[in-house]
Design a protein around this ligand. Sequence first.
Ligand SMILES: Cc1cc2nc3c(=O)[nH]c(=O)nc-3n(C[C@H](O)[C@H](O)[C@H](O)COP(=O)(O)OP(=O)(O)OC[C@H]3O[C@@H](n4cnc5c(N)ncnc54)[C@H](O)[C@@H]3O)c2cc1C
Length: 405
Amino acid sequence: MPKTPLKNMDVCIIGAGAAGLMCAIEAAKRGRSTLLLDKANKAGRKILISGGGRCNFTNLYIEADAYLSNNQHFCKSALARYTQWDFIQLLEKHGITWQEKTLGQLFCDQKAKAVVDVLLAECDQHQLSIQLETTIDRIEKENDSFILHASHVSNTEISEEIRCNSLVIATGGPSIPRMGSTDFGLQVAKQFGLKNIPFTAALVPFVFSAEELSGFFKDLSGVSLPVDVSCNNKSFKESMLFTHKGLTGPAILQISSYWKKGDEIIVNLLPDIDANNWLVQQIQNHPDAELKTKLATVLPKRLAHRLCETHFNNKPLKQYNETELQDIAHQLHHFIFKPSSTEGMRTAEVALGGVDTHELSSKTFQANKAKGLYFIGETIDVTGHLGGFNFQWAWASGWCAGQYV
Ligand SMILES: Cc1cc2nc3c(=O)[nH]c(=O)nc-3n(C[C@H](O)[C@H](O)[C@H](O)COP(=O)(O)OP(=O)(O)OC[C@H]3O[C@@H](n4cnc5c(N)ncnc54)[C@H](O)[C@@H]3O)c2cc1C
């Protein structure tokens, strides 16, 4: 089948996710002829499934400390130029209402689709083209332009060549591969000689060994409690949930981004109570009560009982000596878990790693070594904490690049 004639565009953006949509809107506003390409059959698929269907679209407390990167300063400029307030204003302009759930996390009152609809309405208004179900087979550089060899995802005979002056890679990271996520961004970076940091799963549940699951973890699945969890000098105070494979919940997802294979995590099971004082009080007031009975008043019962069976040698409180009590208090505040792995990309909310930020301008997002080539969003080595930080990075990096492409 013959190819369609060469299409000429000012800007091509590969990836119609959060970052790509934002970049395309800004480029089109500047009068640049803009084509947004995606291999999926819908734009913004990760937005649609985000935040349990309500999209945690940003956070009130955006700051560089909430992002992991080999280059901690890289994200600052973009986050300062396009802030959470700018995105809130965009949503409000389209009648979207929102609420803060916890820790500054902002969710839509409407479904997540409303956020995608806002972005698509902006795309329509600025007359940019979106071409879905399109895969990019090859990218060539020809003088100052790029030639994209594209084809239809399910019919490679339908193919075309697109020439553009600015090429933006906004293909995200490889988490949740069943959604078609790939490491396409890293492949393009390699093609153009840019360094990258391999992607690894982040914001992801922990898995424990079969021995642990049939031992300490047995029948704890579904137990949830507020904790303060630490690893590698970072800690998060949120909730933790036991699962049939190990641990999850916001505190665990957050710390997973800082965990490396072989590391232990330290969990403060009573973050709001001084366990030493509490134990002394219990002995004074209930000397004949068993530890497991009293512990079940401050911890979920199943967990309290398991701790007493496996670690605290359950007995009436008055029978514990001072050293034993100190050890119990210490363990309640520093309980050690050693995950064997994470659930990996299959369930990770994001990926750490990506195109090395030293290769990019933090102002324009253009590659220093490849004029006209830009990388934005999750494809770059900038990964946010849980709570709307990743979308804010996508909006901010997309908006900034959109001013220069
Ligand atoms: C289940 C889940 C829930 C989440 N919830 C939240 C949340 O509530 N708040 C938050 O801040 N973050 C959340 N995230 C993270 C957030 O979705 C990502 O950080 C964000 O989508 C990254 O935006 P992006 O534009 O860089 O990439 P993406 O949104 O992943 O977009 C990349 C696009 O590129 C396309 N693409 C990929 N490869 C190719 C290719 N080879 N050719 C053409 N197109 C391609 C994809 O189809 C996709 O449309 C969640 C993630 C998941 C998986």
